[in-house]
Design a binder for this molecule. Structure first.
Ligand SMILES: CC(C)(COP(=O)(O)OP(=O)(O)OC[C@H]1O[C@@H](n2cnc3c(N)ncnc32)[C@H](O)[C@@H]1OP(=O)(O)O)[C@@H](O)C(=O)NCCC(=O)NCCS
Length: 155
C-alpha cells in the first residue's frame, strides 16, 4: 500500500513537461514527444492526472480522453524508482473517481501484448481483455484492448 504521507494528485500543466518527459522517455521504446503532450493539453476532451511527492516530485501520470460516458486511457507511466509501490493503482483509482464524477463509467485502453506489468495492473484493477488490434504498434506487435465498466463491476 502506498504511504499517502506527502502524496498528492492534481491536474498537470505544461510547466510539468520536463518531469513528464523524463519519466516518459525512461518508460517507453516509442515515447510521446513534447509536441504530443502539448497537443493533449490543448484538446478539450483530453484530461490528465499527475501524482506527486511533497507537491513537487512527479512520480507518475496518466492522460486520457473523456467522451460522454467513456474514458479512454491513452498513457500511464510511473517513475522507475517508484514502481511496485501502488503508485499506478492509486492514480487509476483517482481517475475512476474523477471520471465517475463526470458520469463516465466505461474505461478502455490498448496495451502492448508483451507488457506483462501493465496487463497485470489492469487485470488487478478489474479490466478484462475484449479485443486485439493486429500490428497496432510501430514494431508490429499487437495491442490488447481492455475494458472496465464500473457500473457492472464497482471497485
Ligand atoms: C505498468 C506501470 C504503470 C505499473 O506502475 P506501478 O506503480 O509499478 O504499479 P503498481 O505498484 O500499482 O502495481 C499494481 C499491480 O500491477 C502488477 N504489476 C506491476 N508491475 C509489475 C511487474 N513489473 N511485473 C508483474 N506485475 C506487475 C502487479 O499485479 C501489481 O500488484 P503487486 O505489486 O501487489 O503484485 C509501470 O510499470 C510503468 O510505468 N511501466 C512503463 C510504462 C507502461 O508500460 N505503461 C502502461 C502502458 S499501457
Amino acid at each position: 500500500m502506498l504511504n499517502m504521507n506527502g502524496i498528492s494528485i492534481r491536474k498537470l500543466t505544461p510547466e510539468d513537461l520536463g518531469a513528464i518527459l523524463m519519466i516518459e522517455k525512461a518508460s517507453f521504446d516509442y515515447p510521446w514527444s513534447e509536441k504530443d503532450f502539448l497537443g493533449e493539453f490543448e484538446m478539450k476532451i483530453s484530461g490528465n492526472l499527475g501524482i506527486f511527492l511533497d507537491k513537487k516530485h512527479l512520480l507518475g501520470y496518466t492522460f486520457y480522453w473523456l467522451i460522454e460516458y467513456e474514458c479512454h486511457i491513452l498513457n500511464l507511466a510511473v517513475d522507475h524508482k517508484w514502481r511496485r509501490k501502488e503508485v499506478a493503482t492509486t492514480l487509476l483509482k483517482a481517475l475512476f473517481h474523477k471520471a465517475q464524477q463526470k458520469k463516465a463509467h466505461i474505461f478502455f485502453l490498448e496495451v502492448r501484448e508483451t507488457n506483462v506489468p501493465a496487463i497485470n495492473l489492469y487485470r488487478r484493477m478489474g479490466f478484462t481483455v475484449v479485443g486485439r488490434r493486429e500490428s497496432y504498434y510501430a514494431d508490429g506487435l499487437d495491442a490488447l484492448v481492455m475494458n472496465l465498466d464500473l457500473l457492472a463491476r464497482p471497485i
